[in-house]
Design a protein around this ligand. Structure first.
Ligand code: NAD
Length: 242
């Protein structure tokens, strides 16, 4: 049996599905991976300057500008056939949960209703000093961070920067879902960034079947019941046509 046929059968018979996604699911929407985005004006910077709290404190305008550019890019693109296939699958399999490492909001724009964002969302901001303010809209002069309406500290992107913990409730719910699902579909993630990358292994240990969709090999392939090589936007519509 081909891996693709096996994957289709596993999806068809699964009752509790978790779809775990990474940057690859958004690649065909035209969103570059973090490192691929460090081009042009940004080629002289490294991730420590642009995606850490120390970097933000050292040069808030620079980091704000970098995120403003990435937000503009996201606003200009559309969910692709992979995001749409996942949203359609949720309608066929009620209770399906998406756990994503992406910060672009494209799953929700495609119609997925239950999405855990392990690494935050670039369209939100929160108070740098942690006074509790989190908000979606703000007065924007694009070049410098707006101020927290409660305490006056700078607002920062509500994403998980290098060296930071994942949002606890999101991680706990994702871990619980991994332990409870009967199928985990792992799409477009290198599965190298921990603790998120642990989820497919936890699902397999708890008895779930794991399917990987990725043009490149990943460490999850070792435990996968089916490894389907290829681009998410091409493979997923075929796998999920039940
Ligand atoms: P990654 O960059 O480490 O890995 C991307 C994976 O996608 C690779 O394994 C690659 O082979 C695969 N891939 C590339 N094109 C694909 C396609 N068309 N279809 C399917 N797979 C494809 O990304 P990651 O595993 O998500 O981890 C990196 C971190 O970067 C995450 O923490 C994430 O938060 C962040 N990030 C998010 C976005 C976004 O929101 N869109 C973009 C870049 C990075």
């Amino acid at each position: 049996m081909t891996a693709e046929r096996r994957a289709r059968e596993l999806i068809a018979k699964a009752a509790r599905i978790v779809v775990f996604t990474g940057a690859g699911v958004s690649a065909e929407s035209g969103i570059p991976t973090f490192r691929d985005a460090l081009t042009g004006l940004w080629a002289n910077y490294d991730p420590e300057q642009l995606a850490t709290e120390q970097g933000f404190r050292a040069n808030p305008s620079l980091v704000w500008d970098w995120y403003a550019e990435r937000r503009r890019r996201i606003a200009d693109v559309q969910p692709n056939a992979a995001h749409h296939a996942i949203a359609r699958l949720e309608r066929a399999k009620p209770g399906l949960l998406v756990v994503t490492q992406n910060v672009d909001g494209l799953h929700q724009r495609a119609g997925s209703t239950d999405v855990i964002e392990l690494h935050g969302n670039i369209l939100r901001v929160k108070c740098l000093e942690g006074c509790g303010v989190v908000q979606q809209g703000w007065q924007d002069d694009e070049r410098s961070p707006p101020r927290c309406p409660r305490c006056g500290a700078p607002l920062r992107p509500d994403v998980v920067w290098f060296g930071e913990y994942l949002p606890e409730s999101a991680l706990l719910r994702a871990q619980q879902a991994a332990a409870d699902c009967d199928l985990m579909l792992v799409v477009g993630t290198s599965a190298l960034v921990y603790p998120a990358a642990e989820l497919p292994f936890a699902a397999a240990r708890a008895g779930a079947a794991v399917i990987t969709v990725n043009p490149e090999p990943t460490p999850v392939d070792e435990i996968a019941a089916a490894r389907v090589p290829g681009k998410a936007a091409e493979v997923l519509p075929r796998l999920t046509a039940l």
